[in-house]
Design a protein around this ligand. Structure first.
Ligand code: OAD
Length: 260
């Protein structure tokens, strides 16, 4: 994979001009990744944007047209579970047509080369798992899983659409999307795995996230405080950009394969 360097050289040169001033080049970062024993990757909606999945913020983001408190909160589900399921059914129909892109695929190849590798994703689309990533924390849940509001059993569910009201096969309780909604806490296991991965990594790659949603927004300083070299890949600058060691601007599907 590292031999792609020559094919990518033209692009590498053009991307070098888009880094933050006085920073490292893509080639420098490639060298560091080559030598790393432990790499952790934090991803957000931007990595899936190149698969055609809408992001949340920005001009065409989902939260421009929908109000999260009416669709992605425990109160919204208590008030109108049918409406919430209609919205998730719409997103499921959209996601069912999407497949992993070269950025997801490059991370799978990297996982095979790095002794200690972990992806922390805020994405609920399941595309990292679909690409083949093994060491993965889906910290905001997964749209293809459902959870019973009574017995809390989590099951895979790929129905299109999920008919309303969906009920738990174990206890008959109402099923909800297995997604972390606004106002809810992340699962303890996911948080523990994520902090362990942030604290042990030599390199943290932050790909396609606006850095506005906690706790993921606080992950870069955790890794930096534990000695990691932190790299951001995004279309634009974000609150992470002032914390990281280097920030490259461009599309994930082009930058990630070049870097890795
Ligand atoms: P956002 O929509 O907030 O941010 C997407 C980021 O991706 C932005 O910084 C874009 O500049 C960048 N981006 C867009 N296209 C890109 C591309 N092709 N290549 C590289 N970068 C690109 O999405 P998140 O940061 O993931 O929560 O949002 C965090 C959470 O907020 C989501 O997980 C979701 C949302 O509410 C839940 O669903 C629980």
């Amino acid at each position: 994979m590292f031999d792609d360097l020559c094919l990518g050289a033209k692009f590498i040169r053009s991307y070098e001009f888009q880094t933050m001033p006085n920073q490292f080049t893509i080639l420098d970062v490639r060298d560091r990744i080559r030598q790393a024993k432990s790499v952790t990757v934090l991803t957000g909606a931007g990595i899936s944007a190149d698969s055609g999945v809408p992001t949340f913020r920005g001009p065409d983001g989902l939260w421009k047209n929908f109000r999260p408190e009416e669709l992605a909160s425990p109160d919204a589900f208590d008030r109108d579970p049918k409406l919430v399921w209609e919205w998730y059914n719409w997103r499921r129909e959209l996601l069912a047509t999407k497949i992993p892109n070269p950025a997801h695929e490059a991370l799978v190849k990297l996982e095979a080369l790095i002794p200690n590798f972990w992806v922390i994703t805020q994405n609920v689309d399941g595309l990292h798992a679909a690409a083949g990533t093994q060491h993965l924390s889906e910290i905001h849940g997964n749209i293809w899983k459902v959870r019973c509001i009574q017995c809390q059993q989590v099951t895979e569910n790929h129905a299109l659409p999920v008919s309303f009201p969906p009920s738990c096969t174990a206890c008959g309780g109402l099923l909800r999307p297995h997604i972390v909604w606004f106002g809810e806490s992340l699962a303890t296991d996911d948080l523990e795995q994520s902090y362990a991965a942030l604290q042990r990594c030599d390199i943290l790659l932050i790909i396609g996230t606006s850095g506005l949603v906690y706790p993921a927004a606080s992950f870069a300083p955790v890794a930096k405080d534990h000695g990691a070299f932190v790299v951001e890949l995004n279309l634009e600058t974000t609150p992470h950009s002032s914390v990281v060691d280097v920030s490259f601007q461009g599309r994930a599907k082009e930058l990630v394969p070049l870097l890795l």
